[in-house]
Design a protein around this ligand. Structure first.
Ligand SMILES: Nc1ncnc2c1ncn2[C@@H]1O[C@H](COP(=O)(O)OP(=O)(O)OP(=O)(O)O)[C@@H](O)[C@H]1O
Length: 448
């Protein structure tokens, strides 16, 4: 076959790959000039995305396991049955093609506009990196492949999963499950359910959550903590779209979309041998990686406003005014607990608030408790303060009120990433009032 290249000397592989690339590499473990394991390491460090299959004799199984830890896609024990060989290579090629497609799509989408803004209404953000993620999510929403959502704790993984579910427009439910701390029995029972009498205390049949998610979305949180045996079961579910309730020999089929999330580094898990590489590759065809709050500080003032409104409403208080230097304090803090941590700080501050300007003390206390140094802030440092010379010193003639209003609306929409709900919040008007203004402007423009 023209597109298969056989090399006699393993040492020429890296040069060859640099010249022509490769969609998949099949490596023998025992070779005269260089060992397969050594070559695998070189290949993975230079070209981590090329899938590598390892061929091994049965007495070399330990080395094959080492190869998997080094990132091999799969291993085949010699003598290799031709059909098994073809299907393994095909599988590797398919996954590789899918990954390339997703990368291209991801790059392309970073320039487009959102089609279903309302699916993201619960996610308060004006960050471009988040808007880029939203566009990517819209592109993959209809795919049947699972989606891996990663991000630090409290960065909003569950909200992203809910938005993906909204985007699919499916009639079924969004069913979240936290799999951390579930041993394999509990995992199987929770997910797949059981038949009456499947074990001594199973007095009644129980439907698994995968059944409840029919026609909808099953969201498995903390997937990085899943036991090895449960990982195998999940892989089987993803591959065959079938599962067995405990005590049943008859498989059931599912059409539920599977989303998974973790704050762990699954690649590191794969290298340490705690996370199966076949499952990783299956899960990571679509990957949404949420940036931590400290890498999108522009969201902090927005989130602060949002949580102040929510907390005040919930506690039946008048929304307190935050001192301008509070934003400076928060933007200087690293937020290891991300948005959940900011939310908790705001709730605490509003609960303690007696009236007037919001006190900074509870925020300072929380930062101090986290062990981080409390940034020193002064009123003058505030990022929101206009210059003492006034806003319009650079402009010779003042804009009209109408022009100013249009400019403010445009700026709010830009900062809110075109989310009308957020922009309206910034402008201090209702969403429908903003919508009306935007519509009138469009109509006036169309008429002229
Ligand atoms: N962009 C956002 N806008 C508004 N609220 C947010 C945003 N991101 C997160 N939150 C809120 O922060 C809290 C934590 O979010 P979420 O539970 O989705 O995080 P997570 O990444 O799944 O956390 P964990 O890793 O602990 O499972 C929730 O109350 C959520 O509603």
């Amino acid at each position: 076959m023209a597109n298969v290249l056989t090399l006699q000397d393993g040492r020429t592989l890296m040069d060859q790959i640099r010249q022509t690339g490769a969609a998949c590499v099949v490596l023998d473990l025992t070779m005269p000039m260089i060992s397969g394991l050594e070559l695998l390491k070189q290949l993975k460090s230079a070209q981590p995305d090329i899938p590598v299959m390892v061929m091994t004799a049965s007495q070399e199984l330990d080395t094959a396991v080492d190869c998997m830890k080094e990132g091999a896609f799969d291993y085949l024990v010699k003598p290799v049955e031709p059909n098994r060989f073809i299907s393994a290579v095909k599988h590797a090629l398919e996954l590789n093609a899918l990954r390339n497609q997703v990368d291209t799509l991801r790059r392309y989408l970073l320039d487009g506009r959102l089609q279903q803004q309302e699916a993201f209404d619960a996610i308060v953000t004006c960050s471009e990196s988040m808007t880029g993620l939203f566009r990517y999510m819209e592109a993959i929403a209809r795919s049947q492949e699972p989606v891996l959502i990663t991000g630090e704790t409290g960065s909003g993984k569950e909200l992203i999963a809910q938005a993906l579910h909204e985007l699919t427009g499916s009639a079924g439910k969004f069913v979240p499950v936290n799999v951390a701390g579930l041993d394999d029995d509990l995992f199987s029972d929770t997910l797949f359910g059981h038949r009456k009498g499947a074990y001594s205390s199973a007095e009644n049949a129980r439907e698994g959550l995968i059944t409840q998610a029919a026609g909808g979305t099953l969201f498995l949180d903390e997937i990085g903590d899943l036991s090895h045996t449960s990982q195998v079961k999940l892989l089987r579910l993803l591959q065959d779209r079938q599962y067995y309730p405990l005590g049943s020999d008859a498989p059931l089929s599912t059409d539920a979309r599977v989303l998974v999330a973790t704050h762990r580094d699954l690649r590191a898990g794969m290298e340490a041998g705690t996370f199966r590489s076949d499952l990783y590759y299956r899960l990571s065809a679509h990957h949404v990686e949420i940036p931590p709050l400290r890498r999108r500080q522009e969201d902090i003032p927005l989130l602060l406003e949002h949580f102040l409104t929510q907390a005040a409403q919930e506690m039946g208080k008048k929304k307190p005014t935050p001192p301008p230097e509070l934003r400076t304090l928060l933007c200087a803090y690293a937020f290891p607990g991300n948005i959940r941590e900011l939310r908790a700080m705001v709730w605490d501050a509003v609960a303690r608030h007696g009236g007037g300007v919001l006190s900074m003390n509870s925020f300072r206390d929380a930062i101090e408790k986290s062990g981080a140094p409390v940034p020193v802030t002064t009123h003058a440092e505030s990022i929101s303060e206009p210059s003492s010379d006034g806003l319009f010193t650079q402009i010779e003639s003042l804009p009209s009120l109408k022009e100013t209003e249009n400019l403010l609306v445009d700026e709010a929409m830009r900062r809110a990433g075109d989310n009308q709900g957020i922009a309206a919040g910034m402008l201090g008007i209702t969403r429908s009032a903003l919508n009306q203004r935007l519509r009138k402007r469009r109509e006036a423009k169309d008429a002229s």
